[in-house]
Design a protein around this ligand. Structure first.
Ligand code: TRP
Length: 368
């Protein structure tokens, strides 16, 4: 039976079956053993590991080996600046921040203003560069250590990236790109070259790299991993997170282009309106039926946002889960809890984001 979902770097649709996706992509599910090893070395657990928000990986063991051998590793993730940052984008960044704190690793954050210019028909390069700056503010606001963190903007830092991208580009051909991304003769040649640029930061340091990322980005790095040994470099290791469901769920991913995203720049009234009006509900048709039969937290988008991001406390999450299941908690009340959580988070985040405006210089990639 064909899968009725699609996951590519530029399109995510349908209700994703993550077991099937793991098979399709050929990645490895995170086992309890591997998670225990990571927690033990990190000296701390993280709710995104416990809840399998990060669910799959490539070569995480190799990264932990490298750490234990004293060679260490560095971190890399990125963002295609096609609009303001939404909650879905923050998942790998928040987790990367935790990894930086626990392992003291250097971190590179790539903003692909060129990619979004190539892939979005209606955006100018000035617009994608503008959003690169806006997105960088959100990244800095999360509290990365400026001494260990560099923001890499493709069109501005190309002199550092290009020699690395060229090494990769020579080992990839048009058939590879067609096979992985379904490109055709009509695809613009910027897109065809682009994977080499997203690969480049993997080789910025002479150490293995660990990339926390949304699983939709895996195909690029599958190609990078094929190329790396040919360049005499270690394959990049990956840690994949699930896609945050679209507000109007239950399928799809949170996305600006398909409507229904909570942006880091939203004000409290907007958040309230969006959640109340659009958040897909797992509740029953009316209160009486809901009280009798209970709701379904698995498909309820408000509950899922709490699980994925906004309620790290397991006991409190379980209470909400059980009360919604039993019908004592109504959809409107569940939405109220989420709205409060989002707005508390955003109030702090937006303050930090303001302060980041004076600090961008501290995070620019040093020219070499
Ligand atoms: N292509 C990614 C996007 O559209 C941006 C990106 C660049 C990225 N480098 C990355 C994402 C490394 C994850 C990891 O969002």
């Amino acid at each position: 039976m064909p899968d009725n979902f699609v996951v590519t770097p530029w399109r995510v649709e349908g209700e994703i079956d993550y077991d099937r996706l793991t098979e399709q992509f050929g990645t490895t599910k995170l086992t309890d053993e591997l998670l225990d090893r990571l927690r033990k070395i990190a000296g701390e657990d993280h709710f995104m590991l416990r809840r399998r928000i990060f669910f799959s990986h490539r070569d995480l063991n190799m990264i932990l080996d490298s750490h234990e051998s004293g060679k260490g590793f560095f971190l890399y993730t990125g963002r295609g600046p096609s609009g303001h940052t939404h909650i879905g984008h923050l998942i790998p960044w928040v987790f990367a921040k935790w990894l930086q704190d626990r392992f003291g690793a250097n971190m590179y954050f790539q903003l692909t203003d060129d990619e979004k210019f190539y892939s979005q028909n209606n955006m100018t390069l000035d617009e994608t560069r503008g959003f690169a700056y806006e997105n960088a503010l959100d990244f800095v606001a999360l509290g990365f250590d400026p001494a260990k963190t560099s923001i890499v903007i493709d069109t501005e830092d190309i002199s550092t990236l290009y020699p690395l991208a060229a090494q990769v580009a020579k080992k990839l051909n048009f058939s590879n790109m067609k096979a992985v991304f379904g490109f055709t003769n009509e695809t613009n040649i910027g897109m065809i070259f682009y994977t080499s640029l997203q690969s480049a930061p993997c080789f910025l340091e002479d150490k293995p790299v660990l990339i926390p990322l949304g699983v939709d980005q895996d195909p690029h790095f599958r190609l990078t991993r094929d190329v790396a040994p040919k360049l005499g470099r270690p394959k990049p290791a990956l840690l994949h997170n699930i896609m945050v469901p679209a507000l109007g769920g239950p399928g799809g991913k949170m996305s600006g282009s398909s409507g229904g995203a909570i942006y880091t720049t939203d004000d409290p009234g907007t958040v309230k309106k969006k959640i109340n009006k659009y958040a897909f509900s797992g509740g029953k048709a009316d209160v009486e039926e809901h009280r009798k039969l209970g709701g379904d937290p698995e498909v309820d988008v408000s509950y899922q946002y709490l699980r994925i991001f906004f309620e790290p406390d397991d006991a409190r999450l379980r209470k909400i889960h059980d009360e919604y299941r039993s019908g004592s908690l109504l959809t409107g009340e569940l939405k109220g809890i989420l709205i409060e959580k989002i707005n508390t988070f955003l109030a702090r985040h937006q303050e930090a984001r303001e302060r980041a405006k004076d600090r961008m210089g501290e995070f620019r990639l040093a020219k070499n």
